[in-house]
Design a protein around this ligand. Structure first.
Ligand code: 13P
Length: 336
């Protein structure tokens, strides 16, 4: 077993999942402004360290993805954030892309940037204790898009990123996200997600990536949020499994889904069904941002000093997600 494979399994095993707490300062500012909390670096730290020091971390979270600001911060208990996360048993991860920018040549689409100087930044993050990383490629669906150019160029960037990350002894999360925005059908999402994932693995192969040492972070197969053709959760789970079975090489140890704008309960219920029907060898778990943090954030906004109460909300959410990663979630447990 390679060292990279060991890290990937440490993150994903025992039905644990990943807490994606890597919102950029811009995104976190939007989230905090929406709940009327000023977006100071102290407040961003306070919310995050509240989650990182919860019991839910020890029991359910195998890895945490941080943003550059947070990995360099020190918590109120005087532990650095990397120390706080390590003491919970979770592996430290870091977002290393610098965001999705307009794709020259197809200006309605996006290309993720951050390759220049990446090797040096990775070395710095490794010294902070990071052992896995995230890079997100983003695609929209419409009658013309995603274009071949966006599918190719994002796959190429994801592969160049992955090669640098593995060279540095860390596990890359490969995240090609097809956005839920739009009026496309679930079939369109299935078709485009398949094409995108297939191209990613072609590029990963070209860049000699050790597939046992990556984690795939895809979207689930869903109709667009403006589509009038809704499908059942059962169909979401079955289409998602079919797409992954057809396009992901079996060497990949696991898949950690993004929540992508689903509600907390939707994201949990769909993951639960995916695990109920999972007839692959892939570990299927979560790497949620909003679907792990939304209610905790809302609760915290009422009194940012109520650490215990906020942690209870988070513990429940993480517990539900970890049950879903075993196909053992139920609505009764959800509403308890
Ligand atoms: P969401 O679960 O909120 O989609 O965030 C996951 C993530 O890391 C997106 O890059």
């Amino acid at each position: 077993m390679s060292e990279l494979n060991k890290i990937a399994l440490k993150i994903l095993s025992n039905s644990k999942g990943i807490l994606a707490a890597d919102e950029s300062t811009g995104t976190m500012t939007k989230r905090l402004e929406a709940i009327n909390v000023p977006s100071s670096s102290e407040n961003r730290l306070l919310f995050r360290e509240t989650l990182f020091s919860s019991d839910g971390m020890k029991n359910y979270i195998g890895g945490v993805i941080l943003y550059d600001e947070t990995i360099k911060q020190t918590s109120s208990s005087n532990k650095t954030i990397p120390e706080l996360i390590s003491s919970s048993g979770a592996v430290l991860g870091i977002k290393v892309d610098i965001g999705a920018k307009i794709l020259a040549g197809s200006p309605e689409e996006k290309i993720t940037e951050g390759l220049d100087g990446l090797r040096e930044r990775l070395k710095e993050y490794y010294k902070f204790g990071a052992r896995f990383t995230k890079w997100r490629g983003v695609y929209s669906i419409s009658d013309k898009y995603p274009s071949k150019l966006s599918i190719f160029s994002n796959a190429h960037a994801l592969a160049r990123y992955s090669a640098l990350v593995q060279e540095c002894g860390m596990v890359p999360i490969v995240e090609p996200e097809i956005l839920m925005d739009g009026s496309h059908s679930a079939e369109d999402c299935f078709e485009k997600t398949s094409e995108v994932i297939k191209k990613c693995f072609e590029e990963l192969a070209l860049h000699n990536i050790d597939l046992t040492g990556i984690i795939l972070k895809p979207n689930m197969i869903l109709p667009g949020n403006k589509s009038d053709k809704k499908i059942s959760n059962d169909e979401v789970a079955k289409l998602t499994l079919k797409c992954l079975k057809e396009n992901v090489p079996t060497d990949v140890p696991g898949v950690a889904f993004l929540s992508g704008g689903q509600t907390e309960v939707q994201a949990t219920e769909n993951l639960n069904l995916i695990n109920k029907y999972n007839d692959t060898n892939f570990i299927m778990t979560y790497s949620y941002g909003r679907a792990l943090q939304q209610s905790a954030l809302k609760f915290w906004a009422k009194d940012i000093k109520d650490i215990k109460g906020t942690q209870e909300v988070f513990n429940h959410r993480a517990n539900m997600c970890t049950l879903a990663a075993q196909g053992k979630w139920t609505r009764e447990l959800e509403d308890k």
